[in-house]
Design a protein around this ligand. Sequence first.
Ligand code: URA
Length: 433
Amino acid sequence: MRMVDIIQKKRDGKLLAKEEIEFVVNGYKNDSIPDYQMSSFLMSVFFKGMTKEEVSWLTDAMVHSGETVDLSGIKGTKVDKHSTGGVGDKISLIVGPLVASVGVPVAKMSGRGLGHTGGTIDKLEAVEGFSVELTGQQFIDNVNKHGISIIGQSGDLVPADKKIYALRDVTATVDSIPLIASSIMSKKIAMGADAIVLDVKTGSGAFMKTLDRAKDLASTMVEIGSHLNRNTIAVITDMNQPLGYEVGNANEMKEVVEVLKGNGSEDLVEISMAIATQMSILGGIYQTEEEAREGLNRAIESGAALEKFKEFIQTQNGDGSQIEDVSKLPQAEYHVEAKAAQSGYISDIDAEDIGVAALLLGAGRQTKEDKIDYSAGVTLKKKAGDKVEEGEVIAILHTNKEDTKQAMDTLHGAFSYAEQQPEKRPYVYEIIS
Ligand code: URA
């Protein structure tokens, strides 16, 4: 087989064979295919796309490019959840303990934030002592005993994706549905999931800016799941503004506790419930959506979900008293108010800008080596659709930095105003299965 023939075939829009796709993935991983040929191949995929079969073969080849995790030591159906990423996205931290409290085993590997998006692991590490470095056996034992464990990305999982992603990043080929879908699904499958619930975000703060693109990505991933025998459901949700009211690390943990106490904001509650419902049905705990919602609501009302969250934090060496009393979580020295530039209705809050403002305050990393300030972040006081008077507080910036000018300017740039109240957008657009 010759790489040049495979590139040409894809360039001409012809269907590739399973063996040809395996040749490309393995060859690139083993350095026998150089960057320039792989770049050309990726660009051909970008323009010509892939059939559902080709993208499933690509995913399978990526899964087998490295180690896979064996979760067979965990009893029950392991349902993983993945979000395509957003600002203020703390849904994993809500649904993890929530579904674990009704009996779905949660064995999750999560990432750190980079740039303007936060990472689940960084949020957890805002709690004193919390550790994500467990051995494989500790991870499995924790899930069997406590129903939930979350670890950081490690090992040699899908090395082909790491290499291909880095190349896509510098060859303008990130934004391709077959490449995104295979990248995400290969990691979920390598992680040993039996079933997968995907939170596919759409809107200004998301990878997929339009609903049509989000639907296309969602259905591609659901098809990959069905080809590779993993029951997969995608929930398409809104990311036209940050999720909830908190963006940062310690302050997002506080908001998670509020939701688990039953006091969450409308968007967080609705999206978390939609995802937890699908996870608990795929996990075989409930038969219908109605039954699932009832059971999950009971877990919140009884305090079982919050108790599970605390148990999980403590099992991984975190200080549970910071969950009981969130004022013990890291607190910033300065809390600076941002005030509305004009009267009217808030029509939009650009999620990416809010993420960048939080990053500038210290909540994120600009390079992998940067240290996070867990206490830094943004608390929104208003959301899209709210009425404001000029000078009213719209957000609070939490930071240990004295100079907040750039963050403040970025935050103000995120807010758009209108004279009329804008139409309310749905939080959950569609469920694709
Ligand atoms: N997230 C991934 O893991 N891969 C992509 O290609 C895009 C988003």
